[in-house]
Design a protein around this ligand. Structure first.
Ligand code: FAD
Ligand code: NAG
Ligand code: NAG
Ligand code: NAG
Ligand code: NAG
Length: 539
């Protein structure tokens, strides 16, 4: 299927797509899609599928995507997989949630380099066929990183990890997850600020924020990016940093998939740590002490940034349990900061010394694939009484889904600490709207898996009801915080709106500049857009 004359000159002229950092015009009014494709070495007049598509009078999604996918496979051959092939099935069967596995794209495209991503975006524009892009595929809901009947772009093969000359920046392709990224850096004695479980993708994680084991020392992942290489809606390849396209750089540090497809994450390196940690599990009578210890560790992040923690409350085998994942980014089994936790009698403790690679592999085992999933967060000011109240509410409501096949609701507590908030002011700030918080933030979310599609509505209504009650209480006691963490957000939430009106307006302005025809809003409809939640809530 390869046509050498069509793509033969691609590597030679690929540089044409590189925009000069000074170029003010990202997409001219008279922008020509076919002209841009020509610059990439693609002559559309030579693609038979586009010829016949041009002649079609009534266009449909199916016809548009048949033309787009046939064009991609004409140009890129085996990098494109049609339905009912192994390449396609490998894609659909390797998502974390079943809701994403169920999506049937028209084809799956596995680009090997940035210019190939540009070509896919331009062919989507030319035909009107929708697309979605996938890094680790950990977003839980339908269409977030796979396009129903459209083109699903799978970054899997763009998986290079390279260090710059002085090893201060690691350039990480979006085909990496945190295991492959850390494993490539560990032999150099280095790491980056990334995810806590192995199969989470670099791609989605960084664009939504990114809470790491190291975040009390260095901040969130998005605040530790030196620059992004981005494919814009017009197929240009630009590098956004604090000094080059700084507005785009700001927008990408929390704005999600609304501005372009990121083809390189250039991240500041840190020395590779030896960690010590694991889960300590406690019974119900200890919960108030656990919450007290959790609050103390959040407040003490200003004193010792090496600790990281989350507490998961759940009911299993008839027992209410709190499981505290306590991680220290130094091989020290007894740091002062976890003293209070160690004083609470635990029924089990998996703590041990681990490398970062070992740690993310260990945590992966707690998050099985192949189930229906929802994550659903809200935020509040850190408040001990409120934190206890929410736990009590959770256990009072858990019986409501006890009969739902395979349902395992979990309430998870984390802290957005002062050092994390302070680091959000670095490099010109980010759009999350948190940097000005007056104290640590309580980030709480429900994670729930279950088995049957017929129970989807029951589970969503259950989590919604719980969150409505929690938000009402938070408002009535004056601790409610508008912030919704995109990386955990459910399809019924609107994280961009929760970044605050000014940040939202600024994000829309930047999107308009880099994507004047709203390609990333309309042709890539999945996940969190600039206006409104992916699914309008109705419970
Ligand atoms: C088990 C588990 C553990 C988790 N642990 C953590 C944690 O420790 N800390 C934390 O902060 N979060 C955590 N998360 C949340 C996680 O950060 C999000 O689910 C994140 O979106 C996953 O990224 P991904 O690349 O795997 O997802 P994907 O589903 O591949 O992508 C998510 C969205 O980002 C877009 N996207 C992906 N790559 C690109 C790109 N290159 N350019 C433009 N858009 C892109 C996709 O199109 C999609 O819309 C966890 C989630 C799970 C399920
Ligand atoms: C599908 O995945 C398997 C297992 O990872 C791999 O061996 C195989 O080459 C893949 N096939 C295609 C066509 O991608
Ligand atoms: C943490 O806080 C407690 C009391 O709030 C204090 O006793 C302790 O020394 C602090 N420091 C560390 C490193 O944990
Ligand atoms: C440890 O727990 C005991 C009883 O549970 C309590 O009396 C003691 O003060 C605690 N010590 C610390 C350091 O928290
Ligand atoms: C739901 O799951 C149960 C238990 O696995 C199964 O027996 C049942 O058939 C499923 N029901 C539906 C409607 O799929």
């Amino acid at each position: 299927m390869h046509l050498p004359t069509l793509i033969g000159g691609l590597s030679a002229i690929g540089g044409l797509a590189q925009a000069a950092a000074t170029s003010p015009v990202i997409e001219a009014d008279d922008f020509s899609i076919t002209g841009a494709l020509q610059d990439l070495g693609v002559d559309v007049s030579q693609i038979p599928a586009l010829d016949s598509f041009a002649a079609i009078e009534t266009r449909s999604t199916d016809k548009a995507c048949a033309a787009a996918c046939a064009s991609l496979s004409f140009i890129f051959g085996s990098k494109v997989s049609a339905q009912e092939t192994t390449g396609y099935n490998n894609f659909t069967s390797s998502f974390w949630s079943v809701q994403q596995e169920e999506v049937q794209p028209h084809c799956v495209f596995r680009p090997a380099k940035s210019t190939e991503v540009s070509t896919a975006v331009l062919l989507s524009r030319l035909t009107g066929c929708e697309f979605a892009a996938r890094s680790g595929g950990h977003a839980a809901f339908t269409g977030a990183s796979s396009a129903p009947d459209g083109i699903s772009i799978w970054f899997k093969d763009m998986n290079a990890v390279a260090l710059n000359a002085d090893k201060t920046v690691a350039s990480i392709g979006p085909g990496n997850n945190w295991l492959t990224a850390y494993a490539a850096l560990e032999p150099h004695g280095l790491a980056v600020i990334g995810g806590r479980a192995s199969s989470i993708g670099v791609g989605g994680f960084v664009l939504g924020g990114g809470i790491s084991y190291h975040s009390n020392l260095y901040g969130w992942s998005c605040d530790n990016v030196e620059s992004f290489e981005v494919v814009t809606a017009s197929g240009l390849i630009v590098t956004a940093s604090a000094t080059s396209y700084p507005d785009l750089y700001w927008a990408l540090r929390g704005g999600g998939n609304n501005f372009g497809l990121v083809t390189k994450y250039n991240m500041y390196t840190i020395p590779s740590p030896e960690l010590y940690g694991g889960a300590r599990t406690f019974l119900e009578p200890e919960f108030p002490q656990v919450i007290n210890a959790w609050i103390n560790v959040i407040n003490n992040a200003t004193v010792d940034g090496k600790a990281q923690q989350y507490v998961a409350f759940l009911r299993t085998q008839g027992m209410n349990l709190a499981s505290a994942e306590l991680t220290y980014v130094k091989n020290d089994p007894n740091p002062e900061i976890f003293k209070q936790y160690r004083n609470i009698s635990a029924i089990s403790d998996t703590s041990s010394a681990k490398t970062l690679v070992e740690y993310v592999e260990y945590l992966e085992t707690e998050n099985p694939f192949g189930l229906r999933e929802v994550y659903w967060p809200i935020s509040a000011a850190l408040d001990e009484r409120f934190a206890n109240w929410v736990v009590d509410l959770f256990y009072s409501m858990v019986p409501e889904v006890a009969d739902v096949a395979g349902a395992q609701p979990v309430l998870i507590y984390q802290g957005i600490t002062e050092p994390m908030l302070n680091n959000m002011k670095n490099h010109g700030g980010n759009p999350l709207g948190l940097a000005g918080s007056s104290g640590p933030v309580h980030l709480l979310h429900i994670s729930c898996w279950w088995k049957n599609e017929s129970d989807d509505k029951t589970i969503y209504a259950f989590v919604n009801k719980f969150m409505e009650k929690v938000m009402a209480e938070a408002k009535s006691v004056g601790v409610f915080n508008e912030y919704v963490y995109m990386n955990y957000a459910s399809m019924f939430q609107d994280p961009i709106a929760r970044y605050g009106a000014d940040n939202k307006a600024q994000l829309k302005k930047i999107a308009k500049k880099y994507d004047p025809r709203e390609v990333y809003q309309t042709l890539q409809p999945g996940y969190f857009k600039l206006d409104g939640p992916p699914v309008t809530p109705s419970f």
